[in-house]
Design a protein around this ligand. Structure first.
Ligand code: GLU
Length: 294
């Protein structure tokens, strides 16, 4: 098997401990499979991108000894491919323009909620814009049993999501003229030939949407592994907003050991005082834990 994995940070700030855990897990899985590891900078969300953050992330990965096997990919260069995918879906009648504002959706969800249904997009614009201007493009999700997406996650086990009742028709092109993450990630992973996705469990909930979109576009579904997210003392996911600090590039081993511990790797086979030693031991421990055999 030709294994191709990736780490896909959003350049919204410097690398912190939470993103190191995802980077390390994807790196170790690629190494354990003797595969290829790529880095993709997810700089598609213009308003959230912080100038200089991508370079800082790449430099930090480098000083932690994680070098991509191919040149880094930049999402901002992919817009022609996203447009092409949207056109393909438009031609197959799978997407429709939506004129709802956030407030309108919130109001109708509130009404629906009181009738005891769930919080999926209610499909207001499915049968037309009702005279409103088009704001976004949504992918129509199937009804009935076809809406149930099942997949096996290598860490979290069997997963099931009903796209119709739990998500609803979801946005691929946003009202602010930005490409939605769900579309960009599926197109990019397919174009890069990614076979294995290893990332934080905060994205577990997006995976069924991505699998459905892969089916609509006729591209393969990779295997998935979602590692537990790192939380702060208040139980919130570690991020710049919840007080994560930048990693100290001068002390990579300390942070790497802590990340290995978070990933429940058995590193008791000795003290590893060089990056090389650390990665050799951590890769072996990962292969045992995740039952990787090559
Ligand atoms: N860019 C996303 C993030 O930093 C990760 C996307 C992915 O791995 O699919 O949360």
């Amino acid at each position: 098997m030709t294994y191709r994995g990736r780490f896909a940070p959003s350049p919204t700030g410097p690398l912190h401990f939470g993103s190191l855990v995802s980077a390390l897990a994807s790196w170790l899985d690629a190494r354990a499979h003797r595969g290829t590891w790529l880095v993709r900078i997810e700089d598609i969300d213009g308003p959230r991108t912080v100038p200089g953050a991508a370079q800082e992330i790449l430099a930090t990965l480098g000083s932690f000894g994680m070098h991509a096997d191919e040149a880094p990919l930049w999402q901002s260069t992919g817009t022609a491919r996203y447009r092409q995918a949207l056109e393909q879906l438009k031609a197959s009648g799978l997407i429709y323009p939506c004129g709802c504002t956030r407030k309108e959706i919130a109001d109708s969800l509130l009404r629906a909620h009181t009738r005891n249904t769930t919080l999926a997009y209610p499909g207001t614009c499915r049968d037309g814009l009702h005279g409103k201007p088009a704001r976004a493009w949504r992918l129509r999700v199937p009804d009935g049993d076809a809406a149930i997406i099942r997949f096996h996650d290598r860490w979290q086990g069997q997963q099931t999501q009903n796209l119709a009742t739990e998500v609803g028709d979801f946005v691929l092109r946003r009202a602010d003229d930005q490409w939605a993450y769900q579309l960009a990630v599926v197109v990019d992973d397919a174009d890069a030939g990614i076979t294995h996705i290893v990332r934080g469990a905060d994205l577990l909930d997006s995976t069924a949407r991505q699998i459905y979109l892969q089916r609509c576009l006729g591209v393969p579904t990779p295997s998935y592994l979602h590692v537990p997210v790192v939380t702060n003392q208040d139980g919130e996911k570690l991020s710049k907003q919840t007080g994560a600090t930048a990693l100290d590039r001068a002390k990579p081993l300390e942070a790497l050991y802590a990340a290995a511990q978070h990933l429940e790797l058995d590193m008791s086979s000795g003290t590893h005082s060089s990056l090389e030693d650390f990665y050799a031991a951590a890769t072996a421990a990962w292969a045992v834990k995740m039952d990787v055999r090559v």
